[in-house]
Design a binder for this molecule. Structure first.
Ligand code: CO
Ligand code: CO
Length: 328
């Protein structure tokens, strides 16, 4: 799992086993998966966080898209969701919450997901997200453990939302740029997920809090494989280079860098601020898909035809020591 004592605490628990458990604490992945019958498994995930944009409706949309993403990363279909709300009733007007929830429910409707309940607590800091239940045929599940040497790696959204959100808080990002990253973060990974299932892939995860390199390292480790990433092929918002050069980086970026750097070898001469984009924690980031080389171009063209214009082949799976990542 990822950096930090909090994550460690979540993982250091007695292992519970069950013959129908497909993905649980013993096999850290994007979601928990439990087999109900031979042709039906449920996918469960929860995600909530503090606002990263100022507009409450946009925040609701982004939070919902982010929460649904773990189901899409496993190739599943989200069915139902519950609102998770922490709200400071003493300092914020309740209309703010109503607008956030409206943004969330509109995103759920777009995804074809039914809101079935929720839970709220009064808290000093606002947080919002969803607990989501999805379904999948157990044989169709896409885990983060199936990547094979020779696979190509496809990333479906550009990097840099963490750095740009930090620049926004520091007053350095203009409205047009914020609108642009908002659009990306509010975009569901639904279409990308459906297309990867249509083509058939070996592994997938979504790029969120641990940055591209953190999630890539987990995928490599779970698949007992190595990985080579080509920096020049990785899509990122061009503005992040300037912001990160000026030190406008989220705290999570340094944590990711400290934790994952030992597994990454930079075989290319890249200035530190460009390396940083690869560690930048993403909100509602894209899918990182490992697909057989023979199908990679087909999947890429289908993604682009579907309007996922930034999708790119960014590297491949190798057979070096498990978990090792080389950036060229
Ligand atoms: Co995930
Ligand atoms: Co998640």
């Amino acid at each position: 799992m990822g950096p930090g004592d909090l994550n460690q605490a979540l993982c250091d628990l007695p292992e519970m086993s069950d013959p129908n458990l497909i993905l649980g604490l013993a096999s850290p992945d994007d979601a928990g998966v439990y087999k109900l019958t031979d042709d039906l498994a449920i996918i469960q995930t929860i995600d909530y966080f503090t606002p990263i944009v100022d507009d409450p409706y946009d925040f609701g949309q982004i939070a919902a898209a982010n929460s649904l993403s773990d189901v899409y990363a496993k190739g599943g279909r989200p069915l139902t969701a519950m609102n998770v709300v922490c709200f400071p009733t003493k300092t914020l007007d309740i209309s703010v919450l109503k607008t956030i929830l409206r943004g969330g429910v509109d995103k759920m409707m777009e995804a074809g997901v039914l809101l079935v309940g929720g839970h709220s607590v009064d808290d000093v800091e606002l947080k919002y997200g969803l607990s989501v239940t999805g379904v999948i045929h157990p044989d169709r599940l896409v885990t983060s453990a199936g990547a094979r040497p020779g696979d190509k790696l496809i990333l479906t959204k550009p990097l840099g939302t963490g750095i740009i959100s930090t620049a926004l808080k520091g007053g350095a990002a203009d409205g047009g740029l914020v609108a642009k990253i908002t659009r990306y973060m509010a975009t569901l990974n639904k279409k990308a997920s459906e297309l990867m299932q249509e083509v058939g892939v070996n592994a997938c995860t979504d790029v969120t809090g641990f940055g591209l390199l953190g999630h890539a390292a987990q995928l490599a480790e779970n698949s007992r494989a190595s990985m080579e990433l080509r920096f020049s092929s990785v899509p990122y918002f061009p503005e992040v280079a300037e912001f990160s050069r000026r030190g406008l980086c989220p705290a999570g970026l340094s944590r990711n860098k400290d934790f994952y750097s030992p597994r990454v070898r930079f075989a290319v001469d890249l200035p530190e601020h460009l390396r940083d984009t690869l560690f930048d924690p993403q909100t509602s980031g894209g899918l990182l898909i490992s697909v057989a080389a023979a199908k990679a171009d087909l999947l890429l063209s289908k993604l682009r035809q579907a309007g996922i214009a930034d999708a790119a082949i960014i590297g491949e799976i190798g057979s070096q020591p498990a978990g090792a990542i080389t950036v060229t």
